[in-house]
Unconditional design. Sequence first.
Lengths: 427, 427
Amino acid sequence: MTESLHRLDALDLAHRMADGMLRAEALAEALIDRSAALEPGLRAWAWFDAAAARRRARGPLAGLPLAVKDNIDTAGIPTAYGSPIYADHVPAVDAACVALARAAGAWVLGKTACTEFANMTPCATRNPWHLAHTPGGSSSGSAAAVSAGLVPLALGTQTAGSVIRPAAFCGIVGYKPSRGRLPRAGVKANADTLDEVGVMARSVADVAWLADVLAGRPQPAAPAAQRPNVALTLTSRAHALSAEMVGAAEAAARRLAAAGAAVAPAGPTDSFEALFDAQRTVQLFETARALAPEWQYRRRALSAGLRRLLAEGHAIRAEAYAAALQTITAANAALDTLFGPADVLLTPAAPGAAPASLKTTGDPLFNRPWQLLGCPCLTLPGGLDTNGLPLGLQLVARPGNDRLLFAAATWAEGVLQSPDISHARCR
Amino acid sequence: MTESLHRLDALDLAHRMADGMLRAEALAEALIDRSAALEPGLRAWAWFDAAAARRRARGPLAGLPLAVKDNIDTAGIPTAYGSPIYADHVPAVDAACVALARAAGAWVLGKTACTEFANMTPCATRNPWHLAHTPGGSSSGSAAAVSAGLVPLALGTQTAGSVIRPAAFCGIVGYKPSRGRLPRAGVKANADTLDEVGVMARSVADVAWLADVLAGRPQPAAPAAQRPNVALTLTSRAHALSAEMVGAAEAAARRLAAAGAAVAPAGPTDSFEALFDAQRTVQLFETARALAPEWQYRRRALSAGLRRLLAEGHAIRAEAYAAALQTITAANAALDTLFGPADVLLTPAAPGAAPASLKTTGDPLFNRPWQLLGCPCLTLPGGLDTNGLPLGLQLVARPGNDRLLFAAATWAEGVLQSPDISHARCR
């Protein structure tokens, strides 16, 4: 049939596709062949990109619906950054990550609600496991949409814990890449040192699939499971963890060990204690500057909570900011001691399950150090607490080891039991 | 299966779609249903448009590849307007007609070559019926691409005869709408009074299908054939027609009459003679102004031919321009006399078949009057001349009667024999 597809009228083609008799890929290939044969003499095209046509029709994301966090620009689709200031904003250009996903065949099913400028003021989204609980934030809608089965793939962003925490609270897989691995162009800037684009899905394979496309290195197959060496750490802030979260992390460590992984306690965490506060300092200092236009011209349209954060950011002295950035160097030098022989750290994704409140999105405390270090992080569902809410287990690799992280997480995902998403009933 | 689609991982969905087991429409509907059920409580979305998702998956153009003339903006795709000045230009925003086609599910397979700023300097495109002949212009690539089977649908633009003439020369169906029927936003302006977006395909049904979507009135089915009253006119410039073109028009009139249409000579054409020159005056005067930036700042990057045209346009006095516009009023008042009882005029689409040259795109003489009047025009293949090149028959309706034109053309298409496009061998 391919031989003659170029002779069919548009309506014939439309009917065949609607009837499932003709696939987009076959049509694209037929037309690419036709142009390759005739164009050298005909010269009809001013622009023709066979590779782009192929990517669209048989790209790694061909036909997949994608949810995009509302602080990421989407050409022609409203993008409000979680703020009434931008209620009517429709970007002219896609963010790089959106353009790349569309070029690979994905399409934008919707924009997901996020907190005000991806900071701490909650949006309207609820937790699908219990509607009175927060879904986490700032990528609230992305996590809830994937968890509730509204969409299989979502983009989020993380400056402190905005991908890992909501993914953990909603019982899905969330991934935050090594610093700079995914392009950030077209994301509403928050804190330039820290902002990263992240990915959410219901499996490690899906997360890796999308992330590798966005990173410009699409893979031929889902990552192969690889049994990792694991170092367990509750960090120097273990006192902030719920007992159930501690239990879930320790139980996971035992199960990974029972399945054959080498699991040991992580090395001393003293060098990392300073990172918790330093990350917050860097974020507030930079966010106050990134949101300078809104602060200067539209301050009354900002929430009281964000105004407090920005005022705090403006009050940070340049020396304190420089000192906070300096902590990265010291902690990086101590990474080998922390990891020891381990490929990945196993550590809580959040202090516990999602708080029973819609006035907070929870605490990013257990995300701050890894964010400041630029480590790739991935959260896996780690069972349910006694209220039936998911607990998230975070795997952290050294900066740049994203693919090792995927391989280890694929293995761990097979060992640890995931909660069935049919339990998320949106009540 | 729809029941559980929302529970499948992205990779599962991708595989099912690649295997033809899952259609885009079924997936979209499943996800729309899922959101409708859960979103009232969950509130994950900041933007969600079920209608847009449906249009994409089952829109009237779902999955159809579209070629777009290179003077029409395409977001993220190079758009050079046929000029080296814009060789690196990539628009941020789609032209309205492109955005509408994409929203209805179409995708841009390529941009088609056009003459310099859609004026008279030829581009590299050849005529697929004979590569030493011009394909016509300015929508040269669009006509050649459709004729050669590179793509089933193409967008063009017409200021004098830039859709009808190349479509006629390439043996396909071309349509130029009533003034203002298709949105022009994002088309590189040429002459504001005259510029129109046009459509090319290999059947009247396809042309009408796409045009009606772009006009914001998608139809449930292809237009029903309707036998028209026909008035034949060779216009007051009949002396410029080739003998074969006259023969083709008269033969077509006889065949339509034999099939039951009332066919009569059109009324007196005296009131219309002034339109030929007036159209050219309006075009040159307005184009000189629309291209003022290029004329002022990049004159040496314009071809000598275009510089001559623009200089001529600048030399036209405002009084002459006003007088040219005035001819529209007089001719409009005489339209009833010209048409008489006819629904459509039958008239040559061009002086003859495509000239045996690549240094000209042919003469838009037989398009100028209808363009200035804002009449909808459609060209049908009218057989081949003795060199084996197509001759185009133009049907013209009164302004606003586009759907009547489609119905009449659908009937005429069934009566007149179309050349088989397999004869176009690109040699």
